[in-house]
Design a protein around this ligand. Structure first.
Ligand code: DC
Length: 225
């Protein structure tokens, strides 16, 4: 069987990474891993157990004793923490507001990177996050850095929220995205940064299909190198 490649997709919040990563993985028959969901799952559990989201030691101990599982289904990825389906719960406003703090803790990041590396199979993997090309899979055959303007990302999030019955004004979404960008790029531990060998894609005026097709074309080329 042909050996698959590793595809790293990084970029800021709400750039459409997970939608694109899912489509790319499906088309190539690869495993999709949403690393943001893993930070969200830890944050969910910390909030539930009243653990301070700035306390690196307590969070790391928590991360060492919980089991986070990602299972792909036809409808999308299901996220489990200690056997509880938290797929919806990890998208709550409370988790979203606290996840940047959890993700900024150095020991937490070290443990997460280890877990994420162990999930990268030889069959081929598409992993999305903030530090995949720089820290998790530095030898990935294909690295993509995707972004879009804050307004465009807020517009996409607004449409997604409307479908799920969530009503949040555009202004709040813009502020939310801008403050997460700031937290993710300015943190000391593995800040969001484009890898020097990543391909930059500005998706502001591209459709989902156009972005996915572009990445698949690159993947086909790298696969045959
Ligand atoms: O992509 P997302 O919004 O689900 O990510 C949630 C948070 O986790 C976000 O604030 C950045 C952080 N994150 C990270 O620091 N490193 C990753 N590899 C993935 C996500």
């Amino acid at each position: 069987m042909e050996k698959g490649i590793q595809i790293a997709i990084d970029g800021p919040a709400a750039a459409g990474k997970s939608t694109i990563a899912k489509i790319t993985a499906n088309k190539l028959g690869y495993t999709y891993i949403d690393t943001g969901a893993m930070y969200r799952a830890l944050t969910y559990k910390a909030l539930k157990e009243h653990i301070d989201v700035y306390d690196d030691d307590s969070l790391s101990r928590l991360l060492e004793r919980i089991v986070i599982e990602l299972s792909p289904t036809e409808e999308g990825q299901i996220v489990w923490v200690d056997g509880e389906d938290v797929t919806e719960a990890i998208r709550s406003q409370e988790v979203t507001s606290n996840v940047s703090a959890t993700a900024a803790q150095p020991q937490v990041r070290e443990l997460m990177v280890e877990k994420q590396r162990s999930l990268a199979t030889t069959k081929g993997v598409v992993m999305d996050g903030r530090d995949i090309g720089t820290a998790v899979l530095p030898n990935a055959e294909l690295k993509i850095f995707m972004t879009a303007s804050v307004e465009e990302r807020a517009t996409r999030r607004f449409a997604e929220n409307s479908k799920r019955g969530i009503d949040r004004p555009m202004e709040e979404l813009c502020q939310d995205i801008a403050s997460r960008d700031k937290a993710d790029t300015e943190r000391i531990a593995s800040p969001l940064k484009q890898a020097s060998d990543a391909i930059f894609i500005d998706t502001t005026s591209m459709s989902i299909e156009q972005v996915a097709d572009t990445i698949i074309q690159y993947a086909e080329k790298r696969r045959h190198l």
